[in-house]
Design a protein around this ligand. Sequence first.
Ligand SMILES: Cc1ncc(COP(=O)(O)O)c(C=O)c1O
Length: 367
Amino acid sequence: MNIPFVDLKSQYHLIKDEVHKNLEPIFENTAYIGGKAVTDFENNFAQKLGVKHCVSCANGTDAIYIALKALGVELLDDVIVPANTWISSSETVTQCGARPIFVDNDENYLIDVNKIEEKITENTKAIIVVHLYGQSADMKRIMEIAKKHRIKVIEDTAQAHFAKFNGQMVGTFGDISTFSFYPGKNLGAYGDAGAIATNNQELADKMRAFANHGQTAKNIHKFEGINSRLDAIQAVVLNTKLKYIDEWNKSRNQNAKLYNKYLNGIEEIVLPKEKENCEHIFHLYVIRVQDRENLQKYLNDNGIATGIHYPLALPFTEAYSKRKHKPENFPLAYLYQHEILSLPMFPELTEEQIIYITNKIKEYYKR
Ligand SMILES: Cc1ncc(COP(=O)(O)O)c(C=O)c1O
């Protein structure tokens, strides 16, 4: 049996007719950038998330950059960033002239809230929290810390669309939240796409202008900005998919439960935990094992694709080598980067496929 890591094709076939029908007016009206489709998506997304404003943009990386600029992050500022995340969360800080200050992760791969305060100085302007793999960071503690030290909070929600913390959607706690709709994300476009959400009108206006060359109206440039717009084709795809996202997130969660059931009791494996007060939407199902490369090869030889998110935690990537980070500065991130393995995860994954995958894992450990 061949099992892909993500199966975008089977989802496309489920909604193909609807997507094609909804796309037709875009081509007939040649309304490719902006317009009703984009506004409709922004309104629907804001409503579903429960925030006042959604500003769409070209991708999830731009979303973070736009958010940082709107919060006034600039030269000589520091921004707290988790050690284990995708580089968008830190490279955008550098692009503002500021410095990402990394914090180790906890055993759930999320920023370790007990290690944040020791990294805060008078230069700290903001913290970027990442709800990694689809699970919420401890937003209660993070908001308390941010309030105490008067720093701004950006929630990088690229991997956690509509996950919850204490019954509240992630992406609604901080000053601004950012989203990626990269095709493989839980809510994925058919190309690059992103968005920013906030309850603050002033920030929303600033971000909308910044993402469109600093324009507040056609040819009125209040300041210099960038070109980061969502195109109408992606907006239509996202609007069509938005109806199904709860169902798809639920299926992912059920698939995670099946993995847990079939992998239960294999002592070589550490399974992902769904924290008690969280609704995990399992963008990724990540296990930990000591002999990852061998297991990954064995699964690959048996037709099962896997991933590693991420093979090097950010402090140890070449991009930050000048900072001379040491393993003991980020002990869990350092340890886990050698052990984490993401198994296939998508809503359409069947129990039969999960049984095949978990049987192969059992077989590997019995050899
Ligand atoms: C946590 C996180 N932040 C930001 C991004 C950036 O999103 P995009 O690829 O749309 O720029 C991603 C996407 O991989 C991500 O996983």
